[in-house]
Design a protein around this ligand. Structure first.
Ligand code: GLN
Length: 278
């Protein structure tokens, strides 16, 4: 019966409306193995060891049930080809943001890495900056982050995964004064203030989620102003946003940017805008 730990936990989560995959993630974490190895490891364990594991698992299941995101419990989140350290105080990297990175890589390949200085505004865990630096090794990447807590995670991830990334602690409004970049990328806080979020998302920092007003556009407007200040003429901006904000973003880009291009995520929602500074 104990050998059924995985199925039991999946069934339990399903009944609670929690993604079943979280059961596998918690067991992989406790057993320090990959998903395909979980079942085999369980089968090879003694009954005593399985009982001990069961006790540890119950503690984590309770935390998940109380709304803690599974990535905060395991301390780790995947993004593109790497694993990032995360915990309270930093936004958990999202799969859709992987598409934002892809848009930047295409631009780097058009220009060549040596001619692409990139700045990631509001870098959080550093997932965007680190993915770019590690997938295009000749590129100079700067990560700007304001939050003290997020900077703690950012510094850890940069040290572990891409020590070449330059860290700048500060707000987007005046970061990197006097510098110019060929590419600005950002996944700013953009959620409209009234939006109802699942319990586990509410455990993430409000300052990383909410755009600051009922449209969620206050922060994106600041990020676009910073991009205008930081980009060379012909420089490329890649921005993630809410699906309701495509028209507003394009309006804010206004006459200062051209080649405005709306890009959909994998589920067909308009979630990214790229543009070129005139
Ligand atoms: N750039 C980070 C990410 O995409 C953090 C974004 C944020 O905190 N809004 O995950």
């Amino acid at each position: 019966m104990a050998k059924d730990l995985l199925r039991q936990t999946r069934d339990y989560f399903k009944a609670q409306g929690i993604p079943e995959v979280d059961a596998s993630i918690l067991l992989e974490h406790l057993l320090k193995c990959t998903r395909t190895e979980v079942q085999l490891k369980l089968l090879r364990m003694s009954d005593d060891d399985v009982n001990e594991l069961d006790r540890e698992l119950r503690r984590l299941v309770l935390r998940r049930q109380n709304g803690e995101p599974v990535q905060y419990i395991t301390g780790s989140a995947p993004f593109r080809y790497l694993e990032y350290q995360v915990g309270p105080g930093v936004l958990i990297p999202r799969p859709e943001t992987e598409s934002l990175v892809a848009l930047v890589l295409e631009e780097i390949d058009r220009r060549s890495p040596a001619k692409s200085k990139v700045v990631d505004l509001g870098s959080g865990s550093g997932c965007i900056a680190i993915a770019i630096a590690s997938e295009r090794s000749g590129t100079e990447v700067t990560a700007v982050e304001n939050s003290l807590e997020a900077n703690h995670w950012l510094a850890k991830n940069v040290a572990a995964l891409a020590p070449r990334v330059r860290l700048v602690a500060g707000g987007v409004v005046d970061a990197c004064r006097g510098e110019r970049f060929e590419i600005v990328v950002a996944n700013p806080p953009y959620i409209p203030s009234g939006e109802n979020l699942p319990a586990e998302v509410r455990k993430e920092p409000a300052s990383a989620l909410f755009g600051g007003d009922s449209t969620g556009m206050a922060a994106p407007v600041q990020f676009i102003a910073a991009a205008e200040r930081l980009l060379v003429s012909g420089g490329f901006l890649a921005l993630e946003h809410h699906e309701s904000q495509a028209a507003a973003i394009s309006k804010v880009l206004g006459p200062k940017f051209g080649e405005v291009n709306l890009v959909k995520d994998l589920t067909g929602r308009p979630r990214f805008t790229t543009a070129r500074k005139r």
